[in-house]
Design a protein around this ligand. Structure first.
Ligand SMILES: CC(C)(COP(=O)(O)OP(=O)(O)OC[C@H]1O[C@@H](n2cnc3c(N)ncnc32)[C@H](O)[C@@H]1OP(=O)(O)O)[C@@H](O)C(=O)NCCC(=O)NCCS
Length: 180
C-alpha cells in the first residue's frame, strides 16, 4: 500500500466534515463528553483555500483513498495566533487525525508524521516542531514520543483545552528510527 500526503483542496471538504463527526476524532480534540463535532470552528472551505500563507492542510491518501488529514503551520505567523503572539520564529506546529476508523493503529500515522517532519526539516531555518495533544490523549503521547518528540509542559489552549505540548528538535529527528 502506498501512502501519500498532498495539499487539501475544496474537493476534500466533504471528507473533512465527515471526519469531524467521528467519535475518535472528537475525543482527540475535546475533553467534553458531550462534544459532537471535532473542529467546531473550522470553515473547511476557507481553511483549505490557502488564504493564510502560514497554514496548510494536507490529506493522506492510501492507494488513492483519503484517510486522514494534517495541518502544518508556522505558529509565529498563523493568522489566529493560536500559539500566542509571543511565539518565536523558525518553528512548525502540526496537527494530525486519521478520520477513517478502520485505518487506525496500522502505522499510517507514523508514515504521515515522517513525511511531514522530513518536509518541515528540509527547510534549513526550521529548528523544531510543536504539537499539542490533549493531556488526556495518552495514546497520542506514546505515538509522538516514539517519533522523538519530548513533552515540554502543560498549556491551556482556547481557554479550556488542557494540552501537553511536545517538541521535536531538529537534532532529535532520526528518520526511520521510531522504536525509541
Ligand atoms: C494519533 C494517530 C494519528 C496515530 O496514527 P496511527 O496510524 O493510528 O498510529 P500508528 O499505527 O502509526 O502507531 C500506533 C500508535 O498510535 C497511537 N494510537 C493508536 N490508536 C490511537 C487512537 N485511536 N488515538 C490516538 N492514538 C492512537 C498509539 O500510541 C499506538 O501505539 P501503541 O501500539 O503503543 O498503542 C491516530 O491514531 C489518530 O488519528 N487518532 C485520533 C486523532 C488523534 O489522537 N490525533 C492526535 C491529536 S494531537
Amino acid at each position: 500500500m502506498t501512502l501519500t500526503l498532498r495539499l487539501a483542496t475544496l474537493a476534500d471538504v466533504p471528507h473533512l466534515k465527515r471526519w469531524d463527526r467521528q467519535p475518535h476524532v472528537i475525543a482527540a480534540t475535546s475533553d467534553d463528553p458531550n462534544a459532537d463535532v471535532a473542529f467546531a470552528d473550522a470553515e473547511w472551505a476557507d481553511e483549505v483555500s490557502g488564504a493564510d500563507p502560514a497554514s496548510a492542510y494536507y490529506i493522506a491518501e492510501l492507494d488513492g483513498r483519503p484517510i486522514g488529514a494534517m495541518q502544518i503551520i508556522d505558529p509565529a505567523l498563523e493568522r489566529t495566533h493560536y500559539w500566542g503572539t509571543d511565539c518565536p520564529p523558525n518553528l512548525r506546529a502540526m496537527d494530525i487525525w486519521i478520520g477513517e476508523p478502520d485505518c487506525l493503529g496500522q502505522g499510517h500515522g507514523t508514515v504521515m508524521m515522517t513525511l511531514a517532519i522530513t518536509r518541515a526539516f528540509a527547510e534549513p531555518h526550521v529548528e523544531a516542531i510543536l504539537i499539542d495533544p490533549l493531556n488526556s490523549n495518552t495514546d497520542a503521547h506514546r505515538f509522538y514520543e516514539r517519533l522523538g518528540f519530548r513533552p515540554i509542559g502543560r498549556r491551556l489552549f482556547d481557554e479550556d483545552d488542557d494540552c501537553l505540548v511536545h517538541r521535536l528538535d531538529r537534532a532529535d529527528w532520526r528518520p526511520g528510527d521510531t522504536d525509541a
